[in-house]
Design a binder for this molecule. Structure first.
Ligand SMILES: [Zn+2]
Ligand SMILES: [Zn+2]
Length: 406
């Protein structure tokens, strides 16, 4: 294991003490953000709150990155690498059904993925670090990113240069994770979350009377065969020890008992854990749709649109182990859990990890991991106490990454 020595300028116990000291403020920040959720690329008030908070700490702030993103820069007083710490700030189109006093005041919008907590933890860590600049080696970039949920705010931030000026050496982010007990960190070397792509298909046959199928070309039967044949990509074409998921989430065709419809539409998503499999699955989907459709005379028109989405979230082994070492130093071995498998969900922090070595860590927020609540649930209520461990790890990482890990 290649791990840097842990600096003793501030001990782990002191970091935890400072975090405990700021906990009440972190909770009220999180609740304020929770109360006023905003959808991706519309996080204007959230961005204003973040920018004001950072400016009051004396941190250099740039707003309007990728529309509503905010970037803060803290220059430490010691030489060292550039570390990017990222929190996503968007909420979801969900009507909140919890009964907490700080429930969403914006109808139909809810922080149901814990991004309110990510934001509050990073702001709180920024506060502690700005008060301890004399111990900070190098530069810390605080990246508050909009539109993580399906809109790819991450790639926009990267394209707008968030990883340059100054060039970032390592990137780090959390996701709250209900399947882990409160405060437990979930680490994994290599793939942490899957790639995510989507596709839309329209099959066009020939409309006809339900009693005279020979005079039409049935788009429904065609779509059923195509969807069934797509299942063979995972079962027959993908290496059994590799992983892939193809899910058809929508299928639409027809509107009657006795009419053969002309068109059938379906859409789906693909998840994989490496780029080769990702490309092979994309090619197989196209081949099967075209082949099966042609066999069933649906040659009139096939509209196939494959949208390349998020890459695999790939953790750098050396940096990941460095972070795990800091976590162990802060809260002991039991606070670290090595995940045996990656999640087949996806995450646009992958775009950062595509460019620079870094890591994405899960933070347990489930009070009852045996029966965990779900992300994106309308009653999602993560355990706020986990923020102590979250903030401590961010601060510990910033203070203990004194040179580039390679
Ligand atoms: Zn989410
Ligand atoms: Zn999320």
């Amino acid at each position: 294991m290649n791990v840097q020595k842990i600096t003793k300028t501030i001990t782990s116990a002191e970091i935890v003490e400072k975090t405990v000291g700021i906990y009440e403020e972190a909770v009220s920040l999180r609740r304020k953000i929770h109360e006023h959720p905003e959808l991706g690329f519309e996080e204007y008030k959230t961005a204003e709150l973040i920018a004001t908070y950072l400016q009051e700490l004396g941190i250099e702030v740039t707003t309007g990155v990728a529309e509503t993103g905010v970037v803060g820069i803290l220059r430490g007083e010691l030489e060292g690498p550039v570390l990017a710490l990222r929190a996503d700030i968007d909420a979801l189109p969900i009507q909140e059904k919890t009964t907490v006093s700080y429930k969403s005041k914006n109808p139909g919008i809810m922080h149901a993925c814990g991004h309110d907590m990510h934001t509050a933890m990073l702001l709180s860590a920024a506060k502690i670090l700005s008060e301890n600049k004399q111990y900070v080696s190098g530069t810390i970039k605080f990246i508050f990113q909009p539109a993580e949920e399906m809109k790819g705010g991450g790639i926009m931030m990267v394209e707008e240069g968030v990883l340059s000026n100054p060039p970032v050496d390592h990137a780090f982010a959390f996701h709250v994770w209900p399947e882990l007990p409160t405060g437990v960190y979930g680490f994994r070397n290599g793939p942490m979350m899957a790639s995510m792509d989507t596709f839309d298909v329209v099959l066009t046959g020939k409309q006809g009377h339900g009693a005279a199928p020979h005079q039409g070309v049935d788009a429904i039967v065609g779509a059923c065969h195509v969807v069934t044949a797509l299942q063979t990509i995972v079962s027959r074409e993908t290496d059994p020890v590799d992983s892939a998921v193809i899910t058809i989430g929508t299928i639409e065709a027809g509107d009657g008992y006795n009419i053969i419809p002309e068109k059938a539409r379906f859409k789906g998503t693909v998840r994989t854990l490496n780029e080769n499999t990702r490309k092979e699955v994309q090619n197989s989907i196209k081949r099967i749709i075209e082949g099966v459709a042609a066999a069933l005379k649906l040659e009139v028109e096939i509209n196939y649109n494959f949208t390349v989405g998020y890459p695999v979230t790939m953790n750098d082994i050396k940096f990941n182990e460095h972070v795990a070492c800091i976590a162990t130093d802060l809260f002991g071995e039991n606070s670290v859990q090595w995940m045996s498998k990656p999640s087949m969900a996806s995450e646009d922090f992958a775009f950062y990890l595509d460019q620079v070595p870094g890591t994405f860590v899960f933070l347990g927020v489930g009070e009852n991991p045996e029966e965990p609540m779900k992300l994106h649930s309308d009653v999602f209520l993560p355990d706020e106490k986990a923020m102590i461990r979250g903030i401590s790890l961010i601060v510990g990482l910033a203070l203990n990454t004194t040179e580039k890990i390679q």
